[in-house]
Unconditional design. Structure first.
Length: 215
């Protein structure tokens, strides 16, 4: 199976957290074959530290770990990286419902080779539209809306007739509509666009180099 089978995996950063070094190395080797940049952590505390230092796209967590189990780690990871989907790895059949509610996918360890890659590809495809890009687009739309309000709008006022006598004066003029609102829209749009662009650039700079890992 080649990378072409999973186009959503391109340029993705995955954080794998498992206290079993052999299983951790197996996950890392499998994912790197398909083009991932993989970060590895032997414990929940190390995983949280790596997640605070690097931008990660997907987090893979072992459920049974001595220091911090998968459920406890998922709670902390959601606070730290709320946009990163979490995949829970387990060899147990009965996983608490509370744990399942905290993660985005469940993969059984004995089916790791067949379930892990499709699960990640599905999660990556679901979140393919970056919130940072949405912020950038929203800012640009606000700017466009603000500029559109600067277009002169013609107004006319028809005179009022009383009998044969015209009591009003028919006028036609152009004026700028809502100058304060227009200025606020443009300024807010520019601020959003700049914030989105800067944040996205910062996220790219924080991404680790290919095959980076910590064991």
């Amino acid at each position: 199976m080649s990378e072409r089978a999973y186009p959503a995996l391109q340029n993705a950063v995955v954080l794998c957290i498992d206290d079993n070094e052999d299983e951790l190395e197996s996950e890392k080797s499998l994912l790197e074959i398909f083009g991932y940049t993989v970060l590895t952590a032997p414990s929940g505390s190390v995983g949280l530290e790596l997640a605070s230092m690097h931008s990660v796209d997907v987090v893979i967590v072992d459920y049974s770990m001595p220091e911090m189990n998968g459920q406890e780690l998922a709670v902390e990871m959601k606070r730290l990286r709320p946009l990163a989907p979490i995949i829970l790895l387990t060899g147990a059949v009965n996983v608490p419902k509370q744990a399942l509610n905290l993660v985005d996918a469940l993969v059984l360890k004995d089916r790791l080779a067949s379930q892990l890659l499709p699960a990640i590809a599905q999660l990556r495809g679901r979140g393919s539209i970056s919130p940072l890009k949405i912020l950038l687009v929203a800012g640009l739309l606000l700017v466009v809306l603000g500029i559109s309000l600067l277009v002169p709008v013609p107004h006319s006022m028809q005179g009022i007739k009383a009998g044969d006598m015209n009591m009003g004066v028919e006028t036609s003029h152009s004026e700028r509509v809502w100058p304060i609102i227009t200025a606020v829209l443009i300024a807010g749009g520019i601020a959003l666009a700049i914030a989105g662009a800067r944040t996205e650039r910062s996220e790219k700079l924080r991404r680790p180099h290919k095959h980076a890992g910590s064991t």
